[in-house]
Design a protein around this ligand. Structure first.
Ligand SMILES: NC(=O)c1ccc[n+]([C@@H]2O[C@H](COP(=O)([O-])OP(=O)(O)OC[C@H]3O[C@@H](n4cnc5c(N)ncnc54)[C@H](O)[C@@H]3O)[C@@H](O)[C@H]2O)c1
Length: 276
């Protein structure tokens, strides 16, 4: 028996890194998962991994920023699993530069993926959620649904080179707090997890030159200088190391579990004690 038996969960950016670990964790606790990723192969790999472990998942491939994506994502969940219980807005990447070198395109891309996409997905899910909650209230039942929006310590404290990313991730906090107030009446817990340093391809050590990822036709530099990683782990993170995707997923799971039924509108930092 898992704590999420029978629940339907939607996770964006679940083909790699933290999102993949979230999908696997929610599935391990009994949830059926709609796995989104921009890239088809990693999305299908996560679905296959869930199936190999005895869980149930379907893929919904595509960019969360694409027109009509949110409606398609919600439709996939309703058709495959007949409902929506958990939404995790995780998809994203970084596209850094100091402000004098940051283009409008670079600024807008971060707002689109980190802030506008979650807004659209939650708006698309609102019809089902409101209707289901009204019915449950008429039956005298309280059924809690969960939204977890992924933020970053950069969104709470700022980070040089990340005006675009920090602004978008700070916006996630505002979206979270407002939806907590709008959706409390529908028994939806809306919370946010702000990660510190988690080991994924975004934070890979730059050993030889720059690491690149391909996102929506663009080649984007990611990664962190080894000296910076070392300084963070030794001097800034009390627990002394970066987190794993699995540890990050566990923090998200807390806000998906029944134990968080009376917690809403909060942002928890999952960063090994990293302060801002
Ligand atoms: N790694 C960290 O230290 C860290 C710290 C703070 C916040 N975060 C946040 O955690 C989330 C996950 O990042 P990660 O470190 O696991 O990165 P990752 O690159 O390992 O995984 C992110 C996944 O999201 C997908 N994705 C990117 N853009 C997308 C789009 N437009 N539509 C659909 N899918 C898309 C990618 O294809 C990738 O599979 C992001 O929102 C990121 O900003 C990460």
């Amino acid at each position: 028996m898992g704590k999420l038996d029978g629940k339907a969960a939607l996770v964006t950016g679940a083909g790699r890194g933290i999102g993949r670990a979230i999908a696997l964790k929610l599935s391990a606790e009994g949830a059926r998962v709609v796995v989104n990723d921009l890239d088809e192969e990693p999305a299908r790999e996560t679905v296959a991994e869930i199936a190999a472990r005895g869980g149930e998942a379907v893929a919904c491939v595509g960019s969360v920023t694409a027109a009509g994506f949110a409606e398609r994502f919600v439709k996939t969940a309703l058709e495959a699993f007949g409902g929506i219980d958990i939404v995790v807005n995780n998809a994203g990447y970084t596209w850094d530069n100091v402000i004098q070198k940051m283009s409008d395109e670079q600024w807008q891309a971060m707002l689109d993926v980190h802030l506008t996409a979650p807004f659209r997905i939650l708006r698309a899910a609102s019809g089902f959620i409101r209707e289901a909650a009204r019915k449950e209230a008429q039956e005298g039942r309280e059924v809690f649904r969960k939204v977890v929006n992924i933020s970053s310590v950069a969104g709470l404290g700022g980070n040089p080179g990340q005006a675009n990313y920090s602004a978008a991730k700070a916006g996630v906090t505002g979206l979270t707090r407002t939806l907590c107030k709008e959706w409390g009446r529908y028994k939806v817990n809306v919370n946010s997890v702000a990660f510190g340093l988690i080991r994924t391809r975004l934070t890979q050590p730059l050993s030889a030159g720059e690491a690149k990822i391909r996102v929506e036709g663009r080649e984007i530099g990611v990664g962190v200088q080894p000296a910076v990683l070392q300084a963070m782990e030794q001097q800034m993170i009390p627990l002394g190391r970066a987190g794993t995707p699995e540890e990050a997923a566990n923090a998200v799971y807390l806000f998906c579990s029944p134990e968080s039924d009376y917690i809403s509108g909060q942002t928890v930092v999952c960063g090994g004690g990293l302060t801002l």
